[in-house]
Unconditional design. Structure first.
Length: 247
């Protein structure tokens, strides 16, 4: 998959509730569906740029969001940033599916949004390394001032206790494919997590009971979205509702 020279990067748009910007990439041909990209905590839309390019090459109208992941709680980000992005896509084509591809915290934002909202028929979600059952690292660090200062309100909500927000969310009514990493570059965190992990999220924590498919790849948390096999499998799930299985 090579990026086409005809990609058009449109002007930034802003949400009235929670400030964000979005790189919108429109393919040369009529798009088959919208795809909204949500980066992880402390990252920016640049971390999802490679994924965005390949999705546009595959015929999707891509909205690569840049939002203040450490500046607000999950509820505010979900009902501000995510809701506004969905409405922007609906205004372009109300009948087209609206897919999501998320990294880490982004998956929790989509789950929260879907508690009281729906997506058009045919919509799907791919989550990359999501802390769906919370994060043991958040449990370890949440009382430290530096962590609270750097990660902000959302970082306090990602624990594993029964009252933590990810644990309290109900199943979502949309096909979800989850790709998580089994390679850690941060052994000092991995010793705090049960079983295999990607340095930030354990494989067990990434799972959801309602997920349509699940895949573990040899990638670490921070750059899983750039893996060629991850990009290929993401596009395959958006098209078919399942990952491509070798053999």
């Amino acid at each position: 998959m090579k990026r086409k020279a005809g990609l058009l990067t449109m002007i930034f748009v802003c949400c009235c509730a929670t400030a964000f910007s979005a790189e919108m990439i429109v393919p040369d041909k009529t798009p088959t569906a919208h795809v909204i990209l949500l980066h992880g905590m402390g990252r920016s839309c640049r971390s999802m740029s490679k994924m965005a390019g390949y999705l546009a090459d595959s015929g999707y109208a891509v909205v690569n969001l840049d939002y203040p992941s450490t500046g607000a709680d999950i509820e505010t980000l979900s009902l501000g940033v995510v809701a506004e992005a969905v409405e922007t896509c609906r205004s372009k084509n109300p009948e087209a599916p609206i897919h999501f591809v998320t990294h880490s915290l982004g998956g929790i934002l989509v789950r929260h949004y879907l508690q009281n909202h729906s997506l058009p028929p045919g919509s799907r979600v791919v989550m990359l390394s999501p802390p769906n059952r919370g994060s043991e690292i958040a449990d370890l660090l949440k009382e430290f001032f530096l962590y609270r200062w750097v990660m902000g309100p959302a970082g306090q909500q990602l624990g594993t206790s029964a009252d933590a927000l990810p644990i309290r969310l109900e199943p979502v009514d949309v096909p979800v494919g989850i790709i998580t990493g089994g390679r850690s570059l941060e052994p000092w965190f991995s010793i705090r997590m049960p079983g295999p992990d990607d340095g930030k999220v354990s494989v067990a924590s990434a799972r959801l009971p309602e997920m349509a498919d699940f895949l573990v790849v040899h990638r670490s948390h921070g750059f899983i979205m750039n893996g060629p096999e991850v990009i290929e499998q993401t596009i395959h799930f958006l098209r078919h509702g399942k990952f491509r299985k070798e053999g």
